[in-house]
Write a protein of this length. Sequence first.
Length: 395
Amino acid sequence: MTTPNLPAESVTGLPSAVDVLVVGAGIVGLAHAALTADRGLSVAVVDRDHHAVGASIRNFGHCCVTAQTGELYQLAMTGRKHWLDFSARAGFWSSEAGAVVAARTATELRVLHELAESREPGQIVLLSTEETLARLGRQPEDEESPSSLAGGAWLRDDLRVDPRTTVSTLAAWLDSRGDVSVHWNTTALGFTAGSTRAARVQTSRGVVEADRVFVCVGHDVDVLFPALAERHRIERCTLHMASAERPAGLDLQPAVLTATSMLRYGAFTELPSAPALLAEVQANDPALLEIGANVMFTQRPDGTLLVGDSHHYGKSAAPFLQEPTTDVLLDRIQDVLGLESLTVKERWQGIYASSDVGPLLLAEVAPAVTVASVTAGIGMTVSFGLAERNTAALL
Ligand SMILES: Cc1cc2nc3c(=O)[nH]c(=O)nc-3n(C[C@H](O)[C@H](O)[C@H](O)COP(=O)(O)OP(=O)(O)OC[C@H]3O[C@@H](n4cnc5c(N)ncnc54)[C@H](O)[C@@H]3O)c2cc1C
């Protein structure tokens, strides 16, 4: 890789010209910055906040590769190799422990069986009840302590990162490389054609010109480009999340998914038994559908469980968290883990961009200015794959 010539910095620290400007230092923006810099170009990243507080730090850190389909599956598989590469280079935690889907009914097992049959051998490993309990770190069941589980599956290719530390570690590492500069508390305000470079971006700390601009502002695309957001029917999906203290002795490597996860991700919802599963959950546990649940959890490296989540859609995010929603999620997760209770440490609201037009919003909004938002709850999974595709044409 040749070292690009970085332009002289302006008094604010922001370069006046750069090969590529990235707006937004969430995972989508940082993935674009990382892969652009690896192509030998100079990059500046601006983010309006003082440090990352967006969707990329509020999630499970689950790269949900296996449950994607079609184009999203290709992006997820491409992204997988970059996640592992940048984990090693930038020094953030990652795990190749995959994901476990815990099943309670014959219908759920049928869906898992159908998915396994549709994929290469070894990618999806069907599990007995005993094997599922072992993967969840639970004791074998006996007559006195039967579990509610009927079996499950292990999804080999899923990855995990720690959402609380990944973005800050990656941003700091990028900033230290010499060919990338990251500028916090710097808001992009407007985009026009440039005079020395193709695009000119007005920011709250001055003007930057660039040969290419990637605008990766997640759900806030409607703030900068309201007409585009209206055309793509962008909404904010709000999610109830919580963290819980490590249950005694629990060391859970894989992400854990359940029946409601199978109602959400494309690889499951396209299967022949998916309608039967939806009818079964509707009949047996309608509260889950009422809150738009995807009952799942991951364990952070410090042992904390990240538990969630619910889904509610609207143009603006209602700020109020409903306690009964969290109660439903905690109750179902306790059942999967065979626990009487979990001790909640934190609650928060997650927000991501959602659209019924499609899972990706990619648009040229001005000369050499590309908007890239993931408009489904899979931005961790596809960010690097999307960035590889978007940056491929830069050279
Ligand atoms: C609770 C929850 C759970 C999820 N679980 C998963 C999961 O398990 N797996 C998965 O793949 N995905 C998951 N997702 C989705 C995933 O988190 C998002 O798709 C992804 O983080 C979006 O990344 P982003 O960089 O586009 O957005 P963000 O992380 O929100 O970053 C956007 C950045 O843009 C900045 N910005 C906005 N406007 C401006 C401006 N004008 N100028 C400068 N900066 C600006 C913001 O400050 C912000 O830092 C989940 C999301 C949530 C909320």
